[in-house]
Design a protein around this ligand. Structure first.
Ligand code: NAG
Length: 161
């Protein structure tokens, strides 16, 4: 327990500590840091270089978040941005802290047991993140799934869960 808390602290330190603004409600955080880490590993190798891989759809940042995902997650913004300003989405998606909070909000909103195993856990979050809230029971891309599973297994081998 103690060591897990330490790990969380360390991971949290990797993220810039800018303040992130929601639209008037407190952020709940259903997703563990470990789980966030494995999702970004699968999406981008946790490469925090600010980038949009698809200029039209706007698939941006460490979690490869789309514009629609960002909207569903409550249009979080980095300091100084307004939710409806032109760059609000790109700036948030490319900021690891704002992006991670967007994932938290999205999961809080679309929480479901996608793999029908009777539990709501990181495996479900990984599906919801990659396939979307309404398609999360679908087929997972092989590379995404294997990178994600390897990451989870690697943590389990080290005694984390
Ligand atoms: C991160 O992504 C950038 C942009 O795609 C790339 O140039 C860089 O080599 C990547 N870094 C790593 C460690 O893969």
């Amino acid at each position: 327990m103690q060591i897990l808390r330490l790990l969380c602290l360390c991971l949290a330190c990797l993220l810039p500590c800018g303040r992130v603004h929601g639209q008037g409600h407190l952020l709940d955080k259903p997703v563990t840091e470990l789980c966030l880490n494995c999702i970004c590993e699968a999406m981008s190798g946790c490469n925090a270089t600010a980038i949009c891989t698809n200029p039209e759809k706007g698939i941006c940042g460490i979690f490869r978040i789309t514009w629609a995902y960002w909207v569903d997650a409550g249009k979080l913004t980095i300091d100084g941005d307004q939710p409806d300003s032109e760059d609000a989405f790109i700036n948030c998606a490319n900021d690891p802290h704002c992006a991670a909070n967007s994932v938290q909000n999205y999961m809080k909103k679309f929480n479901q047991d996608c793999n029908d195993d009777g539990e709501m856990d990181c495996h479900d979050y990984a599906r919801i993140h990659r396939l979307g809230a309404y398609g999360c029971k679908g087929e997972m891309p092989y590379k995404y799934l294997s990178t994600f599973e390897d990451c989870i297994e690697n943590y389990a081998d080290q005694g984390f869960e």
